[in-house]
Design a protein around this ligand. Structure first.
Ligand code: NAP
Ligand code: GLV
Length: 316
């Protein structure tokens, strides 16, 4: 079996060594421009379009992350880029869910206990005790109840705050109030009412693009908080700036941006109520990812089905 590997800005050696230990019979190679030899599987993150140009026989493309928006954008921009019969398989958790839970728990606790405001006070050398927000009304709303969203919702509920979640299809999760339906529809608006901290864990698709906009912010209680750990394409940046300026939102924690790295002169850097991290809320862990991908390649090679297959029409 022949496997292509592509991971920009990383040393491919450790990945290829790990993959060859996990799949001893496989012929592995790091893809390079000009490489047109056929392969059975591709293991990639943010691949260039050219990688697929001479690979009509790929059985499956493994995405080294949960979100497949970058690969599907290639297909949307130029239909036929992805081999027609190849499965697209994304990472399912593989060590990302606990990282995401820690990140979101930290953001929620920080806002609940008003550390964001104490940081601003410290810069001004001010000593004022601020009453913490009441736990029982500090409702956290998680947008997207998939592999990561459901895990995060449960982790946040363990802090003792009320948690609700929104997904496309109906879900039941112990201890979580669930809503489902269309974004911007009546169930979405009902979900947003009372949400003090809105956490975004949706995939980036044509349906979810720009969902974090003035309309959505306006349905939250005044002075709510935003935590975006999904994709920059979900956020209308100017609407966030305006919402902070007019008090619709109190603060935001952003891990993802429309253009990464965030440009030096981006106004978000200068807004003290915006906390910025460099797309680091949940990193792809090498050993966990290799083990998941290798198990699935072996299963597919045996003719079995695997989980994590992307519905390319739906976009996730
Ligand atoms: P997932 O398992 O596919 O879950 C996606 C969830 O979003 C599902 O609950 C789905 O609803 C819901 N959804 C999708 N489209 C919707 C729509 N139009 N309206 C309402 N709900 C919709 O994905 P995941 O593994 O949890 O990952 C989620 C995203 O997190 C990824 O796509 C990626 O962008 C992001 N991510 C970011 C980082 C980071 O470091 N910042 C790391 C990993 C992942 P159904 O359940 O009804 O289908
Ligand atoms: C990271 O952003 C991922 O989608 O896994």
């Amino acid at each position: 079996m022949k496997i292509l590997f592509w991971l920009p800005q990383a040393d491919a050696t450790a990945w290829l060594d790990g993959l060859s230990r996990a799949l001893p019979g496989a012929e592995l190679r790091a893809w390079q421009p000009g490489d047109t030899a056929p392969a059975d599987y591709a293991v990639v993150w943010h691949p260039p379009r050219e990688l697929f140009a001479t690979q009509p026989d790929l059985c499956a493309v493994f995405n080294l992350g949960a979100g497949v928006d970058a690969i599907l954008a290639l297909e949307r921009e130029s239909p036929g880029t992805l081999p027609r019969d190849a499965l697209l398989v994304r990472l399912e958790d593989s060590g990302m869910a606990p990282q995401m839970a820690e990140y979101v728990q930290h953001a929620v606790l920080r806002y609940l206990r008003r550390f964001d405001e104490y940081t601003l006070q410290q810069a001004r050398r001010e000593w004022h005790v601020l009453a913490p927000h009441p736990l029982e009304t500090f409702t956290v709303g998680v947008l997207g109840l998939g592999v990561l969203g459901a895990h995060v919702a449960r982790a946040v509920a363990s802090l003792g705050v009320p948690v609700r979640g929104f997904s496309r299809s109906a879900k039941t999760l112990d201890g979580i109030e669930t809503f489902s339906g269309e974004l911007r529809g009546p169930q979405f608006d009902a979900f947003l009412a009372d949400v003090k901290v809105l956490v975004n864990l949706l995939p980036a698709t044509p349906d979810t693009e720009n969902v974090l906009d003035a309309r959505t912010f306006g349905k939250l209680p005044s002075g709510a908080y935003l935590v975006n750990v999904a994709r920059g394409a979900h956020l209308v940046e100017q609407d966030l700036v305006d919402a902070l300026a007019n008090g619709t939102l109190s603060a935001a924690t952003l891990d993802v941006f429309n253009h990464e790295p965030l440009a030096d002169d981006h106004p978000f850097w200068r807004e003290p109520r915006i906390t910025i991290t460099p797309h680091s809320s949940a990193l792809t862990l090498r050993e966990e990812a290799i083990s998941q991908v290798a198990d699935k390649i072996e299963a597919l090679a045996r003719g079995e089905t695997v989980s994590g297959i992307v519905n390319t029409a739906r976009g996730y």
